[in-house]
Design a protein around this ligand. Sequence first.
Ligand code: CP
Length: 304
Amino acid sequence: MNQVARGSLLGIEHLEAKEILSLLTQARRMNPLKPRPLLRNKRVLLLFYEPSTRTRASFEIAAKSMGAMTTLVLSSGSSIEKGESLLDTAYTLRAVGADVIVIRHPNAGAPLLMATHLDVPVINAGDGMHEHPTQALLDAYTILRHKKTLSGLQMAIVGDIFHSRVARSAIHLLSKFGARITLCGPPEFLPEVATSLAPGLHITRTVEEAVRGADAVMVLRVQKERLAGTKLRLQDYISRYQLTTARLKLAKRDAILMHPGPIIRGLELTWEVADCPQSVIVEEVHNGVPVRMAILAKALGKAN
Ligand code: CP
């Protein structure tokens, strides 16, 4: 296989703990309200084959806060609709002057393929069921705003683990730092292989067991069409797995409630839980900007 373009961020799994810490330290120095022209004259190409609000907007704001130019290419309305391949699209974006490409794609491995054929860094903004590394980094950043350390942190992750690239990246990251992770979801969304993702993962049958004593609870998005493919009815999911106030009370008093978004109120969690004082859902989105500033600066060799 060709070498991966220098500066690329394709996943958390193969990052070293010190590289993660370096990005988080860099993110703490970033302030989008006090712009620094670190990326002046750089062109950031945002290539999105799937819908996105948070990731796309925060990458764009992050890039512009550092003086870069951004261009958005969506699969809809671009030549991708005419059948252009991923690599031909990549070569095209490089030819118009991309210095870095941020890509979201429904297929696992698409960012890697691109990064092995280009000479500019590629950043994975979510690829299929594989990884969402920038989300894991902003989640770690958010946790560390509330907790002293990730080591020994008791983390409960509830919902559709199987399809979740957010869960996969979070598990890789948190387990590198010695967090104790408990997974909970319907069996169809939580195959046995989940425990092979990282050593020391626990699976519980009930949300109550997963959440009890947790320092942080991460609720995952559940897509209704995926639920329809299981034996579980919507109402069954809600009664067994929805995060309610009563369930959240089983966590530590100072536990934080996380969700990568977009949230579906009334399905994965109640309206009350989404807006409770322990909820850091909006803060996660907010933290996405400095974290993605750090990621872009590092990719382009401008981190200090
Ligand atoms: N968390 C996340 O990736 O959200 P978007 O799909 O809105 O980017």
